[in-house]
Design a protein around this ligand. Structure first.
Ligand code: PLP
Length: 420
């Protein structure tokens, strides 16, 4: 194999979407259902499928591809690191890992609390597992989470996840977790006590359809956590790294402005598409709950992942993407709210957007959108979710507003399967 051959060597990757779909069904577990398309290439906010069709990626790999696809700065940072030092065990450290930890502590405002430290993982669920283990180390038995919460699919994170269909096939799950009514301050006040280890919250519940905590809830949670010595854990796996127009959603003035958590978990957008997650522990108490030998990971802190994250954070800052996300997010949500009679309301925080429809036709509309060249996700039966690359522009996305506005006014006219 010479230097000019593709990285896949001799593996032949030609083939139609139908042929690849058939091969998928025999080679991969059916955990995700049939893939909607087989994708072969991406550039900026666009991807192309095996049959050469182009799509505007308004889902961004579920809030992951912050810089879009094949961003030159990200690509260069990853190849440079891989060509220098691609992996070491956690018996060793690398400068890029340390620099990323420092950068995250700074962006998270954790430097305001002495002793703050970071633990790296390779995914969001692993970040929440680590936070779960931290909660156990307090020695307290109870953990609180909210109805509608999604924290991941591994056993600990699943125990914190509310949806019965995700949980029940895997019971018994790690115990001690109680679910509180979403956004209900009274319920929170009643549940918080000195035997509670941790309260897990999402500032915006992404998987539940982009649901914001009501104003004041987070501030009250902070007060009660202080009063009872409870760890306030914010899961910013979906909302972090610029998604809402702030580095982290809880820093956004409309969403939580100023409240500092004790623990924050991040992942999805952090590596711009390269797998990485992190747990940020604020202050000495949180940061020392996991002692030497009490937790570990082979891949967490991998230098290539760290380089990808540093490059992603660097581009967001260099290109002023937080301002851009706020501006485009508000322009887009206003336009979507006026995009025809099928739209009931739009909920958004920056570029995390749910379009609530007047009827349970999100899956059909999402199929229609795909056929028209737009990738969106039916996050609930009645809502479409958009979590596009932060580099998206109005000119690129305005066609989707037109598409939505052009759908039939009567939901009954949307035939399931049509156009798919
Ligand atoms: C996606 C998500 C997770 C799980 O992250 P994975 O990387 O899929 O394990 C956890 N919490 C929230 C809020 C998420 O959106």
């Amino acid at each position: 194999m010479n230097d000019l051959e593709p990285a896949t060597g001799t593996t032949d990757l030609a083939g139609t979407g139908a042929a690849w779909g058939e091969r998928y069904s025999h080679a991969l577990m059916n955990t995700f259902g049939a893939p909607r398309r087989v994708l072969v290439r991406g550039e900026g906010p666009y991807v192309w499928d095996a049959d050469g069709e182009r799509y505007l990626d308004l889902l961004g790999g579920i809030a992951v591809n912050a810089l879009g696809h094949a961003h030159p700065t990200l690509t260069a940072a990853i190849s440079a690191q891989l060509g220098t030092l691609g992996h070491v065990s956690n018996f060793f450290a690398t400068p890029v890992q340390i620099a990323l930890a420092e950068r995250l502590l700074d962006l998270a405002g954790a430097t305001r609390r002495p002793g703050s430290r970071v633990f790296f993982t390779s995914s969001g669920t692993e970040a929440n597992e680590a936070a779960f283990k931290m909660a156990r180390r307090t020695g307290r038995p109870r953990i609180l989470a909210l109805e509608g919460a999604f924290h991941g699919r591994t056993m600990g994170a699943l125990a914190l996840t509310h949806k019965p269909a995700y949980r029940e096939p895997f019971e018994p799950l790690p115990g001690g977790v109680e679910f509180l009514a979403f956004g209900d301050t009274r319920a929170l006040e009643q549940a918080m006590a000195d035997d509670v280890a941790a309260l897990f919250l999402e500032v915006v519940q992404g998987e539940a359809g982009v649901r914001m905590l009501p104003p004041g809830y987070l501030a009250r949670a902070r007060e009660l956590a202080d009063e009872h010595g409870v760890l306030l854990v914010l899961d910013e796996v979906q909302t972090g790294v610029g998604r809402t127009g702030a580095w982290f959603a809880h820093q956004h003035p409309d969403l939580g402005g100023g409240v500092l958590p004790d623990v924050m978990t991040v992942a999805k957008g952090l590596g711009g598409g390269f797998p990485i997650g992190a747990v940020i522990a604020y202050g000495e108490r949180s940061a020392t709950l996991l002692g030497t030998g009490q937790h570990g990971t082979t891949f967490g802190g991998n230098p290539v992942a760290a380089a990808a994250a540093l490059a992603t954070l660097g581009v967001i800052e260099r290109d002023g993407l937080l301002d851009h996300v706020r501006e485009l997010g508000s322009r887009l949500s206003t336009a979507l709210a006026g995009a025809g009679p099928l739209v009931r309301e739009v909920r958004s925080a920056g570029l995390l957007v749910a379009v609530e429809l007047v009827a349970p036709v999100a899956a059909v509309v999402s199929e229609r959108a795909l056929s028209a060249g737009f990738i969106v996700n039916p996050v609930t039966p009645t809502a479409l979710r958009l979590a596009p690359p932060l580099v998206l522009t109005w000119d690129q996305v305005s066609g989707f507003v037109d598409f939505l506005a052009g759908l039939p006014a009567d939901p009954a006219e949307l035939e399931p399967g049509e156009g798919s």
